[in-house]
Design a protein. Sequence first.
Lengths: 419, 260, 181
Amino acid sequence: MKSSPAFQNGVVKWIDDRLPVFTFMNHELNEYPTPKNLNYWWNFGSLAGFVLVLMIATGITLAMHYTAHVDHAFNSVERIMRDVNFGWLIRFLHMNGASFFFIVVYIHIFRGLYYGSYKAPRELLWMLGVVILLLMMATAFMGYVLPWGQMSFWGATVITNLFSAIPLVGESIVTWLWGGFSVDNPTLNRFYALHYLLPFVIVGVVVLHIVALHTHGSGNPLGIDTKGPQDSIPFHPYYTVKDLFGLGVFLIVFCLFVFFAPDYLGHPDNYIPADPLVTPPHIVPEWYFLPFYAILRAVPDKLGGVLLMFGAIAVLFLLPWLDRSPVRSARFRPIYRIFFWLLLIDCIILGVVGANPPEGWWIVVGQITTVWYFAHFLIILPLLGKLERPKPLPASISEPVLRGGSATAGATSKPMEKA
Amino acid sequence: MRRSLSLTARFGAALLGVALLAAPGTGRAAEEAPTPPDLDWSFEGIFGHFDRAQLQRGFIVYNEVCASCHSMSLMYYRNLLDIGVSEAAATEIAEQHTVMDGPDDNGDMFERPARLSDPFAAPFPNEQAARAAQGGALPPDLSLLNKARAGGADYVHGVLVGYEEPPADVELPAGMYWNAYFPGHQIAMPPPLSDGAVEYPDGTEATVEQMARDVTAFLQFAAEPRQEERKRTGVKVVLFLIVLTGLLYAVKRKIWADVH
Amino acid sequence: MAETERASGHGDVARRDFLLLAAGAMGAVGTAAAIWPFIAQMNPAQDVLALSTTDVDLSPIEVGQRIKVMWRGKPVFIARRTPEEIEAARAVNLGELPDPEPDEERVQEDEWLVVVGVCTHLGCIPLGTASADPVGDFGGWFCPCHGSHYDTSGRIRRGPAPTNLVVPDYEFLAESEIRIG
């Protein structure tokens, strides 16, 4: 495969002289240096990009058949499932795609937490990512309302009601959100309009996210900067093929859900048409919101719960300044590593708490895990930054793989993993 | 290598834990009533398929027993062709039901026999009429019932066969019945099935258990008529992806050979 | 750069190229198969197809009577023609017609005329089906929008419409029942 700035094809050259798309593509793919030691946890960014494209494609085709009116929404979705050619497939792809979008993004985020991807000079890259997460959450929330099932309606009612906790203007804001005096047709219509819009805003922020990434290049599992060309390889073909392979593995898991367990991650109550006069016994959001739901309910005060729920994301914005350790990767931070795992377990337990009614033991567990979550970011990380003694870092990325036991400067790091 | 493997392994274990602990939905009905027995159905599993003879029997049960109170508005008479009923027979079934149409050129609404392109005729024109006829309780539309209830087909079958005498210390209000699997145990629907309630043209004996099985299978079809196609396509897609991913892995190893 | 060919042996190159070809071909097939549903979903759905035909019972229609039925969202005129109307349609000199077409080619049974009731000029619904309607100068239909006159075979005779009223696909299921579409 040749990659030269002087294109041979006349048409390509003509276009490139006027709009340098091909030079741009060549630079970003063939020349762009990527650390050579990335492991499979680095696949999840491209997976997220794939799922975003899938969601937009399935979303637009669903929109060709969906009717955003309280009298027709539920039945229009069932028409898609029954009568529209391949409608069932497109609907299940979209529905499970939302779940898998969050699975992929949560893994992507935890990768960042483990390897210090949020640290200088990548703070803005990280914060753009948090913005993407927020936009995803808003998009998913509104999207779930559209089928107008029982959970759609009541989830919307519960969450929009939260804004009434805001002092002074809370009630007005809720009325403004609803377009009426309860979740009803005006609400459904505007959620549809915004649900269609936000994914394109996400695309824009993703572009910024990638531009920010390419400014300093990817981090890597060792957390040390690339020192020269010996530490890097071109993105194409190495990471294109690795990403394609990772995509294949992802698609297998995804398709197992889409084709054999398409409703597993959902809730049966959403197959009941929305009824404003009948409240389901347990109102739960989709699984990817459960940890935040748990934090919301951990605080007895309504406003406190709302603030803490949004606070859980706000701390992510502050992360680059909360964790001041100069060492990026948890590979060389043995104490931090323990707290990383505790955080992960904490988030999972928070999710389980969110799935259960706030009764009995669940209340205490929810409070403990909520406190721990904030303690991790606000207390433990700043302390670790000061107190932790990290392991010595290797001299460079290439250096640990040199055979024959040459440079052992700080070589307490483990040998390179085989991909 | 060991380090990243253990990272992967620990993460995988964490994910598995979450999937098991937070199994969506299923726990809740059990809090208020026991879980119905797990039965074998032909439509379960990755190779699940329907027995069309059973679906036709199930439709007969719906049409003759359930349809007097329960609508199934998302099913159309043309869907009977998908369960193996001939076009002529389906047309005849449709014509036994009337639907409201209009307005005609005088502005009046009128009744006409149903066509294949019509949805199943509903027993009541609206929710209020249904409630009035059932003492305030609304018989739910059955189109999606198996998907709208935790436990699915096992639960629906359980309710149909689960009627029993209430415990000695329970006083049932008038119009309520005791059911083993219905959440809260008290259900407004009287036992809908009794032996011999319908006559099956294929000669199968119409016991309560048989009718419950057949109508539950029909309800499963009604909830998602395309599920057989979904699973068939899934087998092909996943097998294709496994082969393609294997090839991609081989290509990846080849391309990366000079880096390692 | 990806100049890894020089690093490997020739056998490796051939195997890697085959692998690449196989993976690429499979990937292309898979991508095409994945894109197809997104295109197919725009085709008419099952409920639309179910309404693509309309069965009409002709027995209540008297000789000389005309009715209007809906088919695929458009009106269809069904006329049970009198012998005089049939003769008038047959007697016309084809040279006089803006859109020449013999009456025999427009009907399956002489008595029954089935045409789509949409004026071929700009789409209005011509008058002439109801008994009180004007029928124009040729005994057929008259379009009030711009004055097109159609004869007893539904052919354009005078006015801005360029072509005859469209005869849809239909078949006789029985002597007094037709299926349109």
